[in-house]
Write a protein that binds this ligand. Structure first.
Ligand SMILES: Cc1cc2nc3c(=O)[nH]c(=O)nc-3n(C[C@H](O)[C@H](O)[C@H](O)COP(=O)(O)OP(=O)(O)OC[C@H]3O[C@@H](n4cnc5c(N)ncnc54)[C@H](O)[C@@H]3O)c2cc1C
Length: 475
């Protein structure tokens, strides 16, 4: 496919306006750039600047856009809010950006036990709507104020939630409406509460990162909000005892927490001091939240977990009763990534999800990672993440003096090193929409046949390679 076909922008704009109406297409250079940018620490290349941004309001309009794109061989990039951390929404060629921001309907069917929503509703907005009705949304990325539900389902992220407590979003998705890359509209799944047990295309589209279709409606099971929560913090001398404490939490069969987040010593210093909170000097922290439906259940769960943690000799461990204090403590974790970027400059994040017994070894290796870097000598590193999942996130500061090309090499090395650790320690992870940069990882982990099945699926559904093209082809 010619990746940069000659396009008359005004003509394209009026053709798209005929589908979605005036005011819903932009060819302004500012919009085209801002809808192509993502959190990656390097600039947009000229060939990545889209032709136009289009905002359909329905599956039918999405379908018309895709039929038009197929006819004229123009690639289309699906855009939720563009927060995927590993370049999933950064176009690889000139294209139309299809924003889901106008598809925001939410309908709650309490009698059926599910809700349906458009993909463009923001996670926090939906979570607030559900909470007011006594329900709980099993989708909790750190980006939830801006991230869309469509984006969350397209990458199948549970975010901060501990999978063993609550499962993945895919466990709750009863059905989807999807517009295939060729423009056909299909429905998957069921309206019954029991998910289809056999072959179910829902599971292919959840987590497909916009490569196989545009999700235009999500149907998810309603989960009653827990009646109570309990929370606490434990400070340890470094991250290794935290890793061991989490292993204990599982092997001692404690009831699973809903959140178990950790931060290393540097993150504690930067975030706790920003909130004006006290903390034991040079300590790493783990924050735990449990939930319960019965009186005393959440507190009992927390006690069981803390009993396991105590065997790893925390410097300080305590239940946090005061809701305001908890909000401040939790805010430390919520803002730490952005705080680091504000204070130390642009950064690149990585994700290692080891098999449980390997968590302490993986943590040790991650701590050694900066010393092994070649493109930048011993870069500054911060560690935090959903350790109860168990996930270790690392954030490496990109030296400001690097050129764009050097930044790309640095980012590539960080990912290669983190993927090598995922191979070594048996994990996969990948919640952030990372497939585009882990093709080599997928081939190494699962083999060429597995990868060729993915390519075959793409070819079957998207014969003209219109939707998010290149995201299954690697760097
Ligand atoms: C500060 C910050 C914190 C974050 N915290 C977390 C975290 O805790 N856990 C985590 O997993 N991630 C996290 N992320 C990454 C990211 O926010 C999530 O992956 C989020 O779910 C992406 O949502 P989005 O609306 O921004 O999707 P986008 O980034 O716009 O899209 C993500 C992918 O899905 C595709 N897509 C989007 N909408 C649709 C649709 N309707 N149909 C088909 N494909 C679609 C896109 O083409 C792209 O490939 C964080 C990011 C930031 C910046």
């Amino acid at each position: 496919m010619d990746k940069t076909p000659e396009i008359r922008l005004e003509l394209l704009s009026s053709d798209l306006e005929a589908i979605v109406g005036k005011g819903n297409v932009s060819i302004s250079i500012f919009d085209r750039i801002s809808y192509a940018l993502d959190p990656m620490p390097y600039d947009l290349a000229p060939e990545e600047i889209p032709y136009a941004v289009v905002k359909p309001s329905s599956a039918e309009e999405v379908s018309e856009i895709l039929k038009y794109a197929n006819k004229h061989k123009i690639p289309v990039w699906v855009h939720g809010s563009g927060t995927a951390l590993h370049g999933a929404t950064r176009p690889k060629c000139k294209c139309i950006v299809l924003s889901t921001s106008r598809m925001k309907d939410v309908k709650i069917y309490e009698d059926h036990g599910y809700f349906e929503c458009g993909p463009g509703v923001r996670v926090e907005e939906l979570s607030d709507i559900l909470e007011k009705r006594g329900y709980f949304l099993p989708l909790m990325p750190g980006s939830r104020p801006v991230a869309t539900v469509g984006g969350g389902i397209a990458v199948n992220t549970s975010g901060h939630l501990v999978d063993s407590c609550i499962g993945k979003p895919s466990d709750y998705v009863l059905g989807l409406q999807v517009v295939l890359p060729t423009g056909e509209i299909i429905e998957t799944g069921t309206k019954a509460l029991r998910r289809p047990a056999g072959i179910d295309l829902t599971r292919i589209f959840v987590g497909s990162e916009g490569v196989l279709g545009v999700i235009t409606k999500v149907r998810m099971r309603l989960i009653p909000k827990p009646n109570e929560e309990a929370q606490g913090v434990a400070f340890f001398k470094g991250c290794l005892p935290i890793a061991r404490a989490v292993v204990r939490m599982y092997v001692e069969r404690t009831p699973p927490p809903i959140f178990t987040e950790f931060m290393d010593e540097k993150c504690v210093e930067i975030s706790f001091s920003s909130q004006g909170l006290q903390y034991p000097e040079e300590s790493a922290v783990v924050m735990v939240r449990t939930m319960g439906y019965m009186p005393g259940e959440a507190k009992w769960k927390l006690k069981c977990i803390f009993n396991a943690f105590k065997k790893e000799n925390p410097i300080e461990i305590r239940v946090v009763e005061d809701e305001h204090e908890w909000k401040q403590i939790w805010a430390c974790r919520e803002v730490v990534g952005s705080l680091i970027t504000q204070k130390r400059g642009p950064a690149i994040t990585g994700e290692i999800v080891p098999a449980l017994p390997k968590l302490p070894d993986a943590m040790r290796d991650v701590m050694e990672l900066p010393k092994k870097m070649k493109t930048v000598k011993n870069p500054e590193m911060y560690l935090y993440g959903h350790i109860g999942a168990p996930t270790i996130h690392l954030q490496l500061i990109v030296p400001t003096e690097l050129t764009d090309e050097e930044r790309k090499k640095f980012v590539k090395e960080v990912w290669e090193k983190t993927e090598a650790l995922n191979i070594k320690y048996g994990g996969v992870g990948g919640e952030w929409g990372v497939t585009r940069y882990r093709i080599e990882f997928l081939k190494e982990k699962y083999g060429e046949t597995y990868y060729n099945i993915l390519l075959g699926l793409k070819k079957l559904l998207d014969p003209n390679n219109i939707l998010n093209p290149g995201n299954l082809e690697g760097w």
